[in-house]
Write a protein that binds this ligand. Structure first.
Ligand SMILES: [Zn+2]
Length: 307
């Protein structure tokens, strides 16, 4: 008390003024630190929402661009951002989508200094583009390049009597022979392949290894209900990536050029003896991979954030 009273008796109250000034500065710092933290947190939050909405909208651009904006809005809502505060633009021939979210942030300490609220803004931009490179998981089946229709059944490996010059659609991706082939069916090839690369065919019917590999994969789907080509879990082992090649009309073991990639729902391996035929249905899906321009677009697209 003695010290305090001494302060207050100080000439012209200058100490009180200094004290008040210090308190004001201190409160100012509080306002800056705490309210700045709130602003940063809000900006991260709406930035994540804008990115998620842009990615989801970009996926929709591939299949139904009219729906992209609605899907982006639903992702904003699910991520805690108000769609009414967002601007969504689809551009560049329906290949890109920009989602800008604006939000007000209530200040707490800064109110003392007269700042009741602030504005934050975040933008997410995503694009869809053909997949020109796949990093992992490619299965050792090749089909000739063609326009594929969603939901339609295609032969991924021919049976005896089919194919050409000893090639039935099987590929040698990580080494020749049955064991590499089976391993590639079950686990996928773990290397990176791109459009324009050459891969080697695996000639011969490979019936036993084909049946073993394909049935192993099919049996690994333990989803309930069991996955189908139009209702499947995205991580289902039956969803596979195969290679589209310029031609399979080659003699014996030969190099064939990769023209693109396609995703299939692995449907069945049918037939007996050397008649094992592998069928799959072309599916609507996007996948992660290397994106870019491609000469012929066979329908496999990916999405990525570009801002
Ligand atoms: Zn499944």
């Amino acid at each position: 008390m003695h010290i305090l009273s001494k302060f207050f008796r100080n000439k012209n109250g200058s100490v009180i003024i200094i004290f008040a000034f210090c308190i004001t500065v201190l409160l100012g710092f509080c306002a800056l630190v705490i309210d700045y933290g709130i602003v940063v947190h809000k900006r991260i939050s709406i930035s994540n929402a804008a990115d998620a909405a842009a990615l989801a909208g970009a996926q929709e651009l591939i299949f139904n661009s009219d729906n992209a904006e609605a899907v982006a809005k639903s992702y904003l809502e699910a991520n805690g951002a108000d769609p009414l505060d967002a601007e969504i633009e689809v551009y560049d021939s329906d290949t890109k989508i920009r989602v800008t979210v604006k939000s007000k942030v209530n200040h707490y300490f800064a109110r003392i200094l007269g700042f009741d609220e602030g504005n934050v803004e975040a933008t997410g931009v995503a694009m869809c583009a053909p997949v020109i490179g796949v990093y992992e998981g490619i299965r050792p089946f090749a089909i000739e390049k063609q326009t594929l229709e969603f939901g339609v059944q295609y032969v991924l490996k021919e049976g005896g009597g089919g194919g050409s010059n000893g090639n039935y659609g099987a590929l040698s991706l990580s080494g020749n022979g049955a064991s590499s082939y089976v391993n590639n069916i079950i686990n996928g090839y773990d290397g990176h392949l791109r459009v324009g690369d050459y891969v080697e065919t695996e000639p011969g019917n490979m019936s036993g290894p084909t049946v073993q590999g394909v049935n192993t994969l099919i049996n690994r789907c333990n989803h309930t209900p069991e996955c189908t080509h139009d209702n499947y879990s995205s991580n289902c082992p039956r969803i596979i990536t195969v290679i589209m090649v310029d031609t399979l009309n080659v003699n014996g073991r030969s190099n064939v050029r990769i023209a693109g990639f396609a995703r299939f729902y692995l449907e069945a391996v049918a037939g007996h003896g050397n008649q094992s035929i592998v069928t799959g249905r072309f599916i609507k899906t996007v996948m992660s991979g290397e994106l870019g321009d491609i000469e012929d677009d066979f329908g496999l697209k990916g999405v990525k954030l570009i801002r």
